[in-house]
Design a protein around this ligand. Sequence first.
Ligand SMILES: Nc1ncnc2c1ncn2[C@@H]1O[C@H](COP(=O)(O)OP(=O)(O)OP(=O)(O)O)[C@@H](O)[C@H]1O
Ligand SMILES: [Mg+2]
Length: 261
Amino acid sequence: MTETASAPAQETPKGTPVVEARNIVAGYLPGINILNGCSLTAYPGEMIGIIGPNGAGKSTLLKAMFGLVRVHEGEVLLHGEDITNAKTNRLVEMGVGFVPQNNNVFPSLTIEENLRMGLFLRPKKIGSRLAAMWDLFPVLHERRTQRAGGLSGGERQSLAMARALMMEPSVLLLDEPSAGLSPVRQDETFLRTRRINQTGVCVVMVEQNARRCLQICHRGYVLDQGRDAYTGSGRELANDPKVIELYLGTLATDLDDEAPA
Ligand SMILES: Nc1ncnc2c1ncn2[C@@H]1O[C@H](COP(=O)(O)OP(=O)(O)OP(=O)(O)O)[C@@H](O)[C@H]1O
Ligand SMILES: [Mg+2]
C-alpha cells in the first residue's frame, strides 16, 4: 500500500504527557525574554508540529526543553518529572533526543563513528542499535565508512536523526528536519519521521513547511511572539480564521482535503 500524506486519526490524548512545557519564560540575554509564557504538551504516541513566523521562538522552545536555553519561569516535565534546566547529558540519559537544524554531525568522523558517539552512554547496546539504524536509514549503511563531512544536507539530517535515535529516546525534538531539502527529500523525511513516531517515539517537530507539518502531525501549535497562540489538530488549525490570518494565508483551502481528522 502506498503511504499517504495524512496522519492517522488519533483519539483524544490521554495519560501522563511524555513531555510538557508549562508557561515557559526564557531567553538568551539577561532581561530579554524570547519565550513569554509558552506551553506545549505531547502525550504518548503523539507527533506534534510547531509552526509560526520566523523569530517566533520555535527553536528557542526546543532548546529550552533540552536545557540549552535558561528557563527563568515555568517548568519542563518529562513523564511528570521536573527536568527544568537539567543538563543535556542527563536529559539524553533520561530519553530525550534533540536534533538541531545545523551543526548536527561530527564532520571529521565517519558515519558509523557518529552513530557510536550517539550511544556513548550505553556501549553494550551498540550492535543492536546500529542494526536498527542501518535498517531505518539504508543509505547510511552503504556509506558507513565515509566521513560525515562529505554528506549532503539531507543525508546529514538523516545521520543526526539516527544519532539521536541510538539512545532509544522516548521523545525526539526535531528542529526543521525538512529545511533546505528538495520536495521529494522533504517528503521522505516526513514519512520517515512518522515511521519513527509509529515505533512509539513521541515526536515534537518544528517545521517551516507548515502545510506538510499540519497534514502529518496529530496536533500542532502555532507560536507567535514567544507564546503558543493556537493549538489543535491539523485540520482545526488550518481552518481557524485567526490562524489563517496570522500565519497560513491561503494555505488552508489546499489543506482541507488532506488534513487528518
Ligand atoms: N543565541 C541567541 N542569542 C540571542 N538571541 C537569540 C539567539 N538565538 C535566537 N535569538 C533570538 O530569539 C528570537 C527567537 O529566535 P528563534 O530562533 O527561537 O526563532 P524561530 O521561531 O526558530 O525562527 P526561525 O523560523 O527563523 O527559525 C529571535 O528574535 C532571535 O533573534
Ligand atoms: Mg528556528
